[in-house]
Design a protein around this ligand. Structure first.
Ligand code: ARG
Length: 580
């Protein structure tokens, strides 16, 4: 049940019955203050303006037509014509019971599921995955999970950068190391960053090596077996590095989702030929380029997209065009989401525009760049190691777990070693992910160990703790939450507020899915945890003297809280535990 949608439909109907012409929106929103009811409909004002009638008169006609007998206990007209809706405790309680009886918490399953391609993570295999790919990986994964939960068919596409001129020097270097040491396992590919640096130094300092590297690029692209075998070895090791990170991060990407740039190699000449045929591309100084007037600079100079270099080589944009064609033709996507750094915004807009011009994607397909800002250190500079190198993701995650372990040791020395390891892992990884997910993705975000690992505020540890607190209530009550049943009675205002918040899980997910904004889910979960705390304060559960009916009802609410927190965190890729 999506209350907002339900009320919107009811108000829309009432607007029509009250004589409002088509095209007026009900504009139902959650109320910001309790005295304005639970929901408010703000659509009367603009409708009255269109119709040139008195808004309060129109509002009372609309209210007369509103059929909310068992749903609302009070419908008020406020101010110049807002309609405030107060829901009945009974209706809230029945909806909570229905949600509890459903293993999907009565969340919407899309009546018309879409095929959604989610392009995320996409590290470059020449190097190790670094913090720049962290945001794409965890934001993309959260949205993929939410869309799936809503019933969409999500196709994950890990567009790894595994092709390009730098692979010439990497395989030349690998070849030398392999003959000297004989086997791949003995070659230092543990540290791809260092391996890349070594190869680059040789490339810059040794003309013979540089020539061989260049020749290898041509041979590799020409399909030479030896060069391809070396390249494949390199790729295998590099992919394994990324996959180890995905496992650590509890991210749902696996081998089957990898569709790297090289997968489009055979399509690249076809893409360029098609653009030529349609006269979209022109020859400019030997290269094949597209001029886009729509992205002209302030002097009116069109922006330039190169799709083939003078030497015949293809570029990042060419692979992206081929990928779009594949996602449209083969995957039949309705919606294609790109979780890519905001700095690539122009690149993606160019690619989208060229693809639309060439008819590589149907008009009905939605192309969305879900951009995100840069990760900054505490001083507001792009996140780097002390010596200025890129921070490796693997090391960052290990540090998170280590820091969480120290915290957990302090907080709860009674945990066994096995429990402590588990809690440290879930809290450490959860903290890193949540800190990122809880910020609006479009802004830059500041990485700070202390705030992300805090047990207070909008953090993963706070929510994980809120979950363990509910579990401890079940333990103290000696009940198995799975076996709870019965009726809900929402007699206290904090119980009603909590019930309403719980029921709003669905409309939150709808918004998250539409806007691809995971921080809205984080804010929701944080508010849910806060409402739960207020409920505990106002409503004793296990104290002597609480009547059995209230006790059973409150335990049911606790169960709803636990399930919602667990489900919500799971959609963010964050794990919970029974104690910490
Ligand atoms: N590999 C690219 C990078 O690290 C990101 C690729 C994003 N996806 C895409 N279809 N362009 O910058």
């Amino acid at each position: 049940m999506n209350i907002k949608k339900y009320l919107s439909d009811q108000v829309a109907l009432a607007l029509t019955l009250a004589g409002v012409p088509e095209g007026s929106e009900p504009l139902v929103t959650q109320s910001t203050r309790a005295e304005f009811g639970h929901y408010q409909a703000n659509g009367v004002l603009p409708a009255a303006k269109r119709m040139q009638v008195n808004p309060r008169d129109l509002a009372s006609k609309v209210v007369d037509q509103l059929k909310l007998e068992t749903v609302a206990e009070k419908i008020e007209i406020a101010g110049p014509g807002f309609i405030n809706i107060h829901l009945t405790s009974d209706w809230l309680a029945r909806n909570c019971e229905a949600a509890l009886a459903d293993d999907h918490l009565n969340a919407n399953r899309n009546a018309e599921p879409e095929i959604v391609v989610a392009d995320y993570s996409a590290p470059n295999l020449a190097k190790e995955m670094h913090v720049g790919h962290l945001r794409s990986t965890i934001i993309g994964d959260a949205i993929a999970r939410v869309l799936e939960f809503q019933g969409d068919h999500v196709i994950r596409q890990n567009h790894m950068g595994d092709w390009g001129t730098q692979f010439g020097m990497l395989i030349a270097h690998l070849e030398d190391r392999l003959t000297a040491e004989n086997s791949l396992t003995e070659v230092e590919l543990e540290d791809l960053e260092a391996f890349y640096r070594e190869a680059k130094i040789r490339f810059d300092e040794d003309a013979g090596f540089a020539d061989r590297s260049r020749a290898y690029v041509v041979k590799l692209q020409g399909g030479d077996a030896h060069c391809n075998a070396l390249w494949q070895k390199f790729i295998d090791v590099s992919v394994a590095h990324s996959e180890a990170i995905y496992r650590k991060l509890n991210v749902s990407l696996t081998h089957q989702h990898i569709r790297p740039e090289s997968a489009y190699n055979d399509d690249l000449p076809k893409v360029v030929a098609e653009l030529k045929r349609q006269l979209i591309v022109v020859q400019d100084q030997g290269a094949q380029v597209v001029f886009l007037e729509e992205f002209a600079d302030k002097d009116g100079k069109p922006s330039v997209v190169i799709v083939q270099k003078t030497d015949g080589g293809y570029l990042y944009a060419t692979s992206d065009l081929a990928a779009l064609k594949y996602r449209n033709d083969e995957l039949q996507a309705d919606r294609i989401l790109y979780f890519v750094d905001a700095r690539q915004s122009l690149h993606l807009q160019q690619v989208f525009t060229v693809a639309r011009k060439a008819g590589f994607v149907s008009d009905s397909v939605s192309l969305e760049h879900c951009a995100f800002g840069t990760m900054m250190d505490a001083d507001g500079k792009p996140f780097k190691t002390r010596v200025g190198g890129t921070v490796k993701l693997a090391e960052l995650l290990d540090e998170a777990v280590e820091r969480a372990r120290r915290l957990v040791e302090q907080k709860n020395p009674e945990l066994t070693a096995v429990e402590r390891d588990e809690v440290a892992r879930k809290v450490g990884i959860g903290a890193v992910k949540y800190a990122d997910l809880s910020k609006n993705r479009t802004s830059d975000y500041m990485f700070n160990w202390n705030t992300m690992l805090s047990f207070e505020g909008n953090t993963a540890p706070y929510l994980q703790y809120a979950y363990t607190r509910v579990q401890s209530i079940f333990r103290k009550a000696g009940v198995d939450p799975q076996n709870l049943s019965g009726e809900l009675h929402l007699s206290e205002s904090s119980e009603r507020a909590l019930a309403l918040k719980l029921l709003q899980f669905n409309e939150t997910l709808d918004l998250v899915a539409r806007e691809c904004l995971p921080h809205l889910l984080c804010t929701y979960l944080y508010e849910l945890a806060s409402d739960t705390m207020s409920f505990y304060e106002a409503c004793p559960i296990l104290k002597d003297g609480v009547d059995p009916v209230s006790k059973a009802s409150r335990l049911l609410l606790c169960q709803f809280v636990a399930r919602t927190l667990k489900e919500g965190l799971d959609l963010l890729g964050i794990e919970v535990m029974d104690r910490m």
